[in-house]
Design a protein around this ligand. Structure first.
Ligand SMILES: Nc1ncnc2c1ncn2[C@@H]1O[C@H](COP(=O)(O)OP(=O)(O)OP(=O)(O)O)[C@@H](O)[C@H]1O
Length: 238
């Protein structure tokens, strides 16, 4: 019923004329002003733009965290506009992974628990084994029982990446994932994201204001003032 029947099956994101207005009355701000974007399975796409251009807001509507005011959002064959809050949560679960600038790990849980508990809640049978394998894949096999406060920023972001990729989502969003890290650590984290993308065949949408980072993606979509102003292939081989 929620299928976007007009979208070819290899299209993971099919957004048309999306608008988003936040606030009300005189305080209302038009944040997305008619955004259309189509992303194919396995692509790596950078959303590039200055602060305030609407990058994070676009990610929020494409990941079902925020509802658009108008337009159509199809993600993995689901029409987000036709889903209620529970439906949106179900559509996200296991299918969409999100990595943010702030790592948002639960401080009272170990690295292993931060990855395994969401898997358990999602009904994955071999949650702990899978979490362990994913943490090993991000180079943290020796830090399984450490708490976030005992980990460096780069290590915490690795845990956050493992948490996002462990359910094997078809679509992974990363919003300024290196923003809280020094340059060298940030570089490692970016390598890791691309490594996981290739290993799992995931579609990656990377939100950044950093042109060098954006150039690592196969495609660069530029935003200004709530609109897409440029959409081009980059020279990156990824
Ligand atoms: N809840 C809100 N109410 C009103 N305006 C908002 C709200 N959230 C964001 N905005 C405004 O929307 C615009 C776009 O914000 P958004 O965070 O999407 O931009 P961004 O490109 O991701 O910026 P940054 O790189 O600084 O994170 C900004 O002008 C911001 O002030």
């Amino acid at each position: 019923m929620n299928d976007i029947s007009s979208a070819p099956t290899n299209i993971v994101i099919d957004a048309r004329d999306v608008t988003l207005t936040l606030g009300e009355g005189a305080g209302a701000v038009e944040i997305l002003r008619g955004v259309s974007l189509s992303v194919a399975r396995g692509e790596s796409v950078a959303i590039l733009g200055p602060s305030g251009s609407g990058k994070s807001s676009l990610m929020a509507v494409l990941s079902g965290l925020e509802r658009a005011n108008s337009g159509r959002i199809g993600v993995a064959g689901q029409d987000f506009g036709a889903l209620d809050e529970d439906g949106l949560a179900r559509a996200r679960r296991g299918r969409i992974g999100i990595v943010l600038q702030a790592f948002h790990l639960l401080p009272t849980m170990t690295a292993l628990e931060n990855v395994s508990v969401p898997l358990e809640l999602g009904g994955v049978a071999d949650a702990e084994a899978r979490a362990r394998a994913e943490l090993e894949a991000v180079g943290l096999g020796h830090r399984l029982t450490h708490y976030p406060s005992q980990l460096s920023g780069g290590e915490q972001q690795r845990v956050a990446i493992a948490r996002a990729t462990a359910p094997r989502p078809g679509l992974l969003f990363a919003d300024e994932p290196t923003g809280n890290l020094d340059a060298a650590t940030g570089h490692e984290i970016v390598e890791l994201l691309f490594d996981r993308q290739r290993a799992q065949g995931t579609t990656l949408v990377l939100i950044t204001h950093d042109t060098e980072l954006a150039a690592r993606c196969g495609r660069i979509v530029e935003m200004r003032d709530g609109q897409i102003v440029r959409d081009r292939a980059s020279e990156a081989v990824s």
